[in-house]
Structure formats: structure tokens, C-alpha cells
Design a protein around this ligand. Structure first.
Ligand code: DHB
Ligand code: FE
Length: 280
């Protein structure tokens, strides 16, 4: 049977990808951010996932305002990246696993989550940058991937409570896959940030620290927030926190924290990193 080896959540700021491309990881601006990934790499070496379910939000590369699914899932054997600007090199295609994806789709549908199924899906920086942080080597990402995109762009957005329920259903879907497969769940985005408008550059360390503690102890507390409350507390792009909630909820109620880091700012964003495992 498939088994979730754990969960990683990390920011997906495009400037990180540009810094990787330029080899700036050890520069003073970047070191406090990249330095925190050594522990993640050591943990990945230990748990050795074979597949990654990546919960992220597309920013207009695949979906635009004319047609924007609340939840979408890739069901293909390959996903392509494309030029979004930002100084990001286009990444080589990512391996998918259509059979695993369709199992997830069937299970989620039976669990009353009807995701838009995508047999072609361009994946943007919110998918590529975190995978590069986890597996920084040159060339192709070494694990099979399943992209799961959540609308955090065009309101109305799914509530945090709905995203928590999706994560629980995703956890059940992964655990019921009959093939032996070690699965990492990756949630990308956040933490507090606002990229435009009067509050551009807004960051709320207190709220972010509360969120990181609640990810371990009480994710239901985060699910009680409304989207407007998260916008107020974390900025208009801080709503990417819902991707973290989906990933967290795929794990069981009791988790152990393997590693975490919080660093402010990278670009306009408070960057948060967490590695959690199911507690025995
Ligand atoms: C930034 C953050 C994001 O989440 C994003 O999608 C794009 C840019 C930033 O901080 O620059
Ligand atoms: Fe983003």
C-alpha cells in the first residue's frame, strides 16, 4: 500500500528560483533561507519518497481569470513548465504518475471532492521552486509528481475549513492506493505577504508564528479563520496558507515536527519552512 512519509511546507517565491539559477545560496541575503534546507535534505535521504503530491496555487500560467477551477489535479505522465518571467529558467518536464493520479481522483470524488482533472497541465513557480529546493541537483526532479492546484487568486476562494477537509480526503486517497509507494505531501506558498496595493510588503510575524505552531498542535484552529480574516492578518497573498492546510491535513491528527525555519523577508514575503511526520 502507499504510505505518506511526511509533509513539507515551504514558500514558493520566484526570486528563490532565480537565486538558485545564479548560485547565490551562500550570499548573506540568501544564506539564512537556503541554510535551513540541509536538514530537509538529510530527512529526504532518510525517508526516500518516490512520489510527491504538490499542493500549490497556479498564478496564471495554466489557469486564468476566464476559467479558474477551485481545485484541480494533474492526471498525466508528464507536466511541463514554461517561461513566466521572474528570471526563472524553464525547468525540464516533471514525471507524473497517471495511474496514481486517477486513483486519487476516484477516491476524492467518492469522498465528495470533485476536482477538475487535467491531462495536460503547465506547472508554475509555485510547483517548480519548492521541488528545486528539495532536490537541488541539475536535471530532472527525481520523484514522480501529482500537482494539486488550489484557487488562491480569484475570489471567492475555498474556505480554510474546506481546504482542511480536502487534505483529510487526500490523506485517505493516498493511503488507499494499493501499490507500494512512498509519498511526500508538499504544500507551497505563504506565509504572510502582500504583493500590491496600499499594504504591499505587509508581513505579520506574530500571525505566522501562531500558524506554524498550529500546524503542529491544532490545524483546526486555522480552519476556523475566514478568507477575509486571513487577508487582514496575513496580506492578500497570505491566503496561500490554505495550501499548507491541505498538506497538513493529509497527515493524521498527531504529528511530530522534524524541522522548521522562519525567515523575513525573502523578496516581499515571510518565508516559512516546516517538515512534519505522522506521530506513532
Ligand atoms: C512573491 C511571492 C509569491 O508567493 C509569488 O507567487 C510571487 C512573488 C514575492 O514575494 O516576490
Ligand atoms: Fe505565490
Amino acid at each position: 500500500m502507499a504510505r505518506i512519509v511526511g509533509m513539507v511546507t515551504t514558500s514558493h517565491i520566484p526570486a528563490i528560483g532565480a537565486a538558485i539559477a545564479k548560485g547565490q545560496q551562500d550570499e548573506p541575503y540568501w544564506k539564512p533561507f537556503f541554510g535551513a534546507f540541509g536538514a530537509v535534505h538529510a530527512w529526504l535521504d532518510k525517508v526516500r519518497p518516490e512520489a510527491a503530491v504538490v499542493v500549490y496555487n497556479d498564478h496564471g500560467l495554466q489557469f486564468f481569470l476566464d476559467k479558474l477551477p477551485t481545485f484541480a489535479i494533474g492526471a498525466a505522465d508528464e507536466y511541463r513548465n514554461a517561461d513566466e518571467g521572474w528570471g526563472l529558467p524553464v525547468q525540464p518536464p516533471y514525471r507524473g504518475d497517471a495511474a496514481f493520479s486517477w486513483h486519487l481522483v476516484e477516491s476524492l470524488m467518492a469522498d465528495e471532492f470533485d476536482l477538475t482533472t487535467c491531462q495536460e497541465m503547465l506547472v508554475d513557480h509555485a510547483f517548480t521552486v519548492p521541488l528545486k529546493l528539495l532536490w537541488p541537483g541539475a536535471g530532472r526532479c527525481p520523484v514522480r509528481t501529482v500537482p494539486v492546484s488550489v484557487n488562491t487568486i480569484q475570489h471567492p476562494l475555498p474556505t480554510p475549513a474546506r481546504c482542511l477537509k480536502l487534505g483529510r480526503a487526500l490523506g485517505r486517497a493516498i493511503a488507499s492506493y494499493p501499490e507500494d509507494l512512498k509519498v511526500l505531501v508538499l504544500g507551497t506558498g505563504g506565509l504572510s505577504h502582500q504583493l500590491d496595493g496600499k499594504r504591499a510588503g505587509f508581513i505579520n510575524r506574530g500571525f505566522d508564528e501562531m500558524c506554524m505552531a498550529a500546524m503542529v498542535e491544532d490545524p483546526d484552529a486555522l480552519a476556523r479563520y475566514s478568507i477575509p480574516q486571513i487577508v487582514e492578518a496575513a496580506g492578500s497573498q497570505g491566503v496561500e496558507l490554505v495550501n499548507w492546510l491541505v498538506a497538513r491535513a493529509a497527515l493524521g491528527p498527531r504529528v511530530a515536527k522534524v524541522h522548521s525555519n522562519y525567515h523575513v523577508p525573502i523578496s516581499n514575503t515571510a518565508s516559512g519552512l516546516m517538515v512534519l511526520e505522522n506521530a506513532n
